[in-house]
Design a protein around this ligand. Structure first.
Ligand SMILES: NC(=O)c1ccc[n+]([C@@H]2O[C@H](COP(=O)([O-])OP(=O)(O)OC[C@H]3O[C@@H](n4cnc5c(N)ncnc54)[C@H](O)[C@@H]3O)[C@@H](O)[C@H]2O)c1
Length: 296
């Protein structure tokens, strides 16, 4: 049993911290939002009033925050609070540079560190079935692994510092592109008079099969658990999808990779977000794709 501090108890962090508590660890959580603290407390997490209180006596600190700037600010502060030897794990999705900067802060404080972003959404966070993609030393990965296993099903060590974030950015570029591909296919199928169910039954058992179709189908009906059946309530917010696609484009520009479909997906999600849809599930982009086919 470990003493764990969990910082960032939002849609993902709250249930992840709850699963660590359920596995028998002592978890103290901190979040700027009282509502998030209250929700996590119901899942067995001890709420702390400050970051300092949360990390007191912690052997491991886990962060699950929106963006790189939040992770850097929190890690800078906590590196001044925790003793050398503490293991710091960041599970947020951030750019590779921020991840490497966070590792450098930890190293300067004598701490072990891992970037370990996740895939699987809020459903996977609640069920403890997330995929973790980790970057850091073998030693840090070995220490973190039993804890990650309490929150996830598949734990992949992708390489050195930042490799977890690199894998996450590439994975989510596939996700953004494939959701648009599936949305376009349903919008075309509607024009051709195909029922949603017929297209789903064919594509989900044919070469068009993908996660955006089988787990997150963007039209109501075929996949009962998909946000399309719940008014496109996230799930995975379109603003976060745009954030991840922008990370892919920054990484592509910095590394000289060619990602024409990634660039197109980024442009479409930027337009969707600009129209005030950032808080809706990312699968709702099918509504914009349908409209683009309509005459002005
Ligand atoms: N939602 C998903 O399906 C999903 C899936 C995979 C990865 N992610 C990634 O996980 C991260 C978190 O996503 P989320 O959906 O939980 O976001 P969220 O906005 O629900 O939660 C973030 C939490 O961080 C808190 N916070 C912000 N700054 C803080 C600070 N300085 N100190 C303490 N708390 C602070 C906020 O109050 C909020 O409760 C993001 O990087 C996101 O891209 C999300």
């Amino acid at each position: 049993m470990k003493q764990i501090a969990f910082i960032g108890l939002g849609n993902m962090g709250g249930p992840m911290a709850g699963n660590l508590a359920k596995a028998g660890h002592r978890v103290t959580g901190f979040d700027l939002s009282q509502a998030s603290l209250d929700a996590a407390a119901k899942a067995g997490v001890t709420a702390a009033g400050t970051l300092r209180d949360a990390v007191k006596d912690a052997e491991v600190v886990i962060t699950m925050l929106p963006k790189g700037e939040h992770v850097i600010a929190v890690w800078r502060e906590l590196c001044g609070l925790v003793p050398a030897g503490t293991l710091l794990i960041d599970c947020s999705t951030v750019d590779v540079e921020s991840a490497r900067s966070a590792h450098a802060l930890a190293e300067a404080a004598g701490c072990a560190s891992l970037d370990a972003p996740v895939s699987g959404g809020t459903g996977g966070a609640a069920a403890g079935t997330l995929t973790f993609m980790a970057g850091g030393t073998e030693a840090a990965f070995g220490r973190a692994r039993p804890l990650l296993e309490a929150m996830g099903k598949r734990i992949v060590h992708c390489g050195g510092n930042g490799a977890g974030q690199a894998a996450k950015i590439c994975n989510n570029m596939i996700l953004g592109i494939s959701m648009i591909a599936v949305g376009e296919a349903f919008a075309l199928g509607e024009k051709l008079g195909l029922s949603h169910q017929a297209l789903f039954d064919v594509a989900s058992t044919s070469s068009g099969q993908c996660w955006s179709l089988t787990s997150y189908c963007p039209v109501p009906g075929p996949v009962p658990a998909s946000p399309a059946n719940n008014g496109y309530k996230p799930g995975f917010a379109a603003s976060l999808m745009l954030k991840d696609l922008l990370l892919s484009q920054e990484a592509a520009a910095a590394s000289g990779a060619s990602t024409p479909l990634g660039a197109a997906a980024t442009g479409l999600y930027a337009a969707f977000d600009k129209d005030g849809n950032g808080g809706r599930d990312f699968s709702a982009i099918i509504e914009m794709l349908r409209r683009e086919g309509e005459p002005d």
